[in-house]
Design a protein around this ligand. Structure first.
Ligand SMILES: NC(=O)c1ccc[n+]([C@@H]2O[C@H](COP(=O)([O-])OP(=O)(O)OC[C@H]3O[C@@H](n4cnc5c(N)ncnc54)[C@H](O)[C@@H]3O)[C@@H](O)[C@H]2O)c1
Ligand SMILES: Nc1nc(=O)c(N)c(NC[C@H](O)[C@H](O)[C@H](O)COP(=O)(O)O)[nH]1
Length: 281
């Protein structure tokens, strides 16, 4: 595990070789002209393409503890993550990640045609916990034209701080309202509907633990189109934020149902390995 990246490391342009991109591309939403995208969107009844992607250790930990930013990906798999960011319309994280990591949520990879493409940062924050300001990295990058302004999804009826609303709107972002259930959570279907209404056709969900586990638990509805996991050759030890969704009991008291991947591909990337797949039906 390395020290937190310094500002220069965080802002340098990354390259992701096309030979590696070719391994990952079958698991990504297609890059097609807008018209074709809209036709497909209608055929799929307005289903936003969802890629679940994150990096974890050999003991399935995303980080040392909830409030700690922990670098796991090596140089090449990190470039892959930035390539994924360029290949989706939006990138979504939970407020726990926004608070712990102060993430940029932009793409720093140059694509094969030398262009860059930025995803819309989306933060799930039902209770309005994220105390961002103009100096928060994602806001600053948007102000500098290096990313898009974030959308913060809060519960319907939440009282919005005027100052924060202005900060977001100044960089092209804003608050959006989504209904919550009894547990104070959004339904994933509602989240995707809100994003779809705003023109988002693909989203990569990057974490953290609660977001990933709640999405895997909800996937009986077939929301996840592909899964791309970077596995780093390290154990973080007990106490980390772990990917392990709640068990679903099997029928008639049988063994618990497993969430399994099909159509699997393992891609070595530097010291890491990237696992791609789709959730088996
Ligand atoms: N290694 C990686 O790829 C990676 C990726 C992202 C985050 N992380 C790490 O994960 C840690 C944060 O994880 P975490 O589990 O504490 O926080 P999290 O990012 O999953 O955020 C949790 C919060 O998001 C909101 N949320 C989650 N699911 C929701 C739903 N269905 N509806 C409404 N709101 C929902 C809730 O407010 C919840 O408290 C940090 O340490 C971060 O560094 C690692
Ligand atoms: N792929 C990946 N490898 C890692 O080792 C790691 N720690 C993350 N973590 C994802 C999480 O969403 C972080 O918040 C962003 O990676 C912050 O990075 P940026 O500032 O957006 O570049 N993701």
């Amino acid at each position: 595990m390395s020290a937190p990246p310094n500002k220069q490391e965080q802002e340098e342009t990354l390259t992701f070789p096309s030979s590696h991109a070719a391994l990952i591309d079958p698991y990504l939403p297609t890059l097609s002209p807008e018209k074709e995208n809209e036709d497909r969107w209608e055929k799929m009844n307005g289903k936003v393409y969802l890629t679940l992607t994150y990096a974890h250790s050999l003991d399935a930990a995303l980080s040392l503890s909830p409030g700690v930013r922990t670098a796991l990906s090596g140089r090449l798999s990190k470039a892959m993550t930035h390539y994924l960011r360029a290949r989706h319309d939006a990138i979504l994280v939970g407020v726990g990640t926004a608070v712990a990591d102060d993430p940029g949520l932009n793409s720093r990879v140059r694509l094969a045609d030398c262009s860059t493409r930025q995803p819309r940062p989306v933060v799930l924050d039902p209770r309005g916990r994220w105390a961002f300001g103009a100096e928060s990295k994602v806001v600053r990058l948007a102000a500098e034209g290096k990313g898009l302004g974030p959308w913060v999804l809060v519960r319907e009826g939440a009282v919005i701080d005027e100052g924060r609303r202005k900060i977001l709107e100044r960089v092209g972002g804003g608050f959006m309202f989504v209904p919550v259930g009894t547990e104070g959570r959004f339904q994933w279907g509602d989240v995707l509907r809100v994003l779809g209404r705003e023109g988002v056709r693909s989203v990569m969900v990057e974490g953290g633990g609660e977001v990933i586990n709640s999405l895997l638990a909800a996937d009986k509805n077939g929301l996840v189109d592909s899964v791309i996991v970077t596995i780093a050759p390290t154990w973080l030890g007990q106490g980390g934020v772990v990917v392990s969704p709640p068990r679903v009991e099997g029928p008639n008291g049988g063994p618990p149902q497993q969430v399994r991947l099909a159509d699997v591909r393992w891609c070595p990337m530097g010291d890491d390995v990237v696992l791609c797949g789709r959730i088996a039906k």
